[in-house]
Design a protein around this ligand. Sequence first.
Ligand code: ATP
Length: 308
Amino acid sequence: MLSIDSVSYRYRSAATPALQGVSLNIPAGGVYGLLGPNGAGKTTLISLLAGLLSATDGRITLRDQPLAAVRAANPRAIALVPQDYAFYPMLSVGENLRFFAGVLGLKGKELHSQCAAAIAFARLEQVTDKRAEQLSGGLRRRLNLAIGLLGRPQLLLLDEPTVGVDPQSRHFLLDSIAALPAAGTTVIYTSHYMEEVEAICQQIAIIDQGSVLAAGSLADILRSAEPLLELHLAQPLPDALASRHQAVATTPLHYLLKPPHGNASWAGALPRLLDELAMAGCEVLDLNLGQHDLEQVFMRLTKRSLRD
Ligand code: ATP
């Protein structure tokens, strides 16, 4: 549906490009996750898709049409819910929705029905007369999302929509977002919370320093990961073993290890490693072979944590 082909972008004042040669194919009808740490380039990519920036190089098409043409034909086709709150704090929830519905060109019955649908979707019924500045962080995020849905977009761009919300609101937001494709909206979802991406995205791209490191279905990305051994030790991993297994410390005394010498499996190597740890007086508290989450995949690809 959405094709991003060799796209690069450099901010005028920046020494290096924020995006370099990004290519992605985003299918219709799902939630597509863009996962990356702070500064990876997620907001820049979302801004290109939203038409707020123009790519320095490359091409972006929606159903084989350049995005500008799609927007010209239907200004409501693509909606952005930005990271910052995008509403008027002194207006009430209802006034904000009616104002932004008007900006989209909605009128009369359609305006009222779309505002009512957005209020119902984001469960804002109890606060429609409340000024936006008086809402909690979670309700502000819900209002941001509701405004993005007013034009019933084909493509909804969500830039870190759960930042700063309590766990209950986060669950509500995630469940709501996961339900959008069934109502005909394809969602692109940026986050640096891998558990959110794992929970609601069918396809993902891992982005770091302006480049795509891995892209595909969540299952494929987790499956294609190397056979890593996760160790929790009582003492630090000896340097020689850390070097032989290219160990990465995920948290103090937790390590991810590769099989030695580029081996594809741990057959034979695991008993030797356990013997060597015992001889070094290094007690193994826990051990986990071959089960990966996105955080681990990200660490192996970048040697850094998503939250560095
Ligand atoms: P975050 O999760 O913190 O929002 P991000 O993945 O969205 O990060 P971007 O905001 O797209 O990352 O930033 C990508 C790179 O571009 C970063 O190095 C950032 O410092 C740089 N950058 C972003 N906006 C500008 C700007 N207006 N001028 C110059 N450089 C910028």
